[in-house]
Design a protein. Structure first.
Length: 318
């Protein structure tokens, strides 16, 4: 029975089926809202579902030397982000917890980006070198402020629950917010929250790159449009939108919840929709197209500065 319970967690809720459904719904809302703001014809809300089903039915005609690696890579990436969902609490409900689950999440979230690099190196594309370098730049730019934000939250919670030492337990983060109120209500955490909102689009793979950067980044992994591999990559992207927005909710907007799991799930999903609208849809419209170099300078300046401000304030006990 224990095995069946964990299979349900992994395959249904809060794992693959739940993540996929909510992720594609968020992706549909994002595309629909961005189109309306830009006064374009809005795609159907459920377009990501249609696209995935259409692509997954097609055969795979990848013509590369490392064909097996290219096909397996997105499946490994998908597995890693589904596992992340098991570590993110939905208010008081969580499958796995521990003293360092934030560190586990940090490493698991890096796997899809590393796998993307691996898939690109086997694609045999003329854009392989440029695409790999751009992806490495992306990782180094958004991981720094992201780590600082996690340390800031760990220190804030550790002052109350860990004798002043930094904690990396999401369970303690939830407990802290249940007792002291959501992190968003602590003024010292507001800069970190703003920094996190700015980070979500890049961590979720939703930054609107210019045509050249977009070609170099995606030419390697996709090669032939309309195949199963592309469908899995798109699903990865949708789930990452949910994972990053859900992690934001847990870190900054969580607490005791209602105690009714269905209601708590609905609240979590509604919060995720609001986060996606603010941090992805609106930012997409505002910045239009961006080059990788511009993104690097931006993320090493503003989100990093905001994260450091919160870290200093928290370290001073404010």
């Amino acid at each position: 029975m224990e095995i069946l319970k964990y299979l349900f967690y992994i395959l249904v809720f809060p794992g693959f089926l739940f993540c996929s459904t909510v992720g594609m719904l968020l992706s549909g809302i994002d595309k629909n809202l961005a189109a309306k703001i830009q006064k374009r014809i809005s795609p159907p809300l459920f377009e990501p579902f249609y696209d995935f089903l259409k692509l997954i039915r097609k055969g795979s005609n990848v013509q590369t030397v490392g064909k097996r690696v290219f096909i397996v890579a997105p499946v490994i990436a998908l597995s890693s982000i589904v596992i992340v969902s098991l570590f993110i609490p939905i208010f008081n409900f969580n499958v796995f917890s521990g003293v360092a689950d934030i560190v586990v999440i940090l490493y698991l979230l890096m796997i899809p980006a590393v796998i993307l690099i691996l898939a690109r190196t086997t694609a045999g594309s003329q854009y392989t070198g440029a695409g790999v370098s751009r992806e490495v730049i992306s990782i180094t730019s958004y991981e720094l402020p992201f780590i600082i934000i996690l340390i800031t939250i760990g220190k804030k919670v550790g002052i109350e629950f860990n004798g002043g030492a930094i904690t990396f337990s999401l369970e303690k983060v939830i407990q802290y917010q249940a007792m002291m109120g959501p992190m968003i209500t602590h003024w010292s955490m507001i800069p970190a929250m703003l920094g996190m909102l700015l980070l979500i689009p890049w961590k979720a793979g939703s930054l609107p790159y210019d045509a050249k950067a977009g070609t170099e980044i995606w030419e390697g992994p996709i090669v032939v449009h309309g195949e199963k591999v592309l469908g899995i990559f798109k699903l990865n992207h949708s789930i990452k939108m949910y994972i990053m927005s859900s992690l934001f909710v847990t870190l900054f907007l969580s607490g005791t919840g209602t105690g009714i799991i269905i209601v708590d799930i609905l609240i979590q999903v509604l919060f995720c929709i609001v986060v996606v609208i603010i941090s992805i849809s609106l930012i997409k419209v505002i910045i239009a197209k961006i080059k990788v170099g511009q993104a690097l300078r931006f993320y090493w300046t503003y989100p990093t500065a905001l994260a450091i401000i919160s870290l200093v304030l928290v370290w001073l006990g404010l």
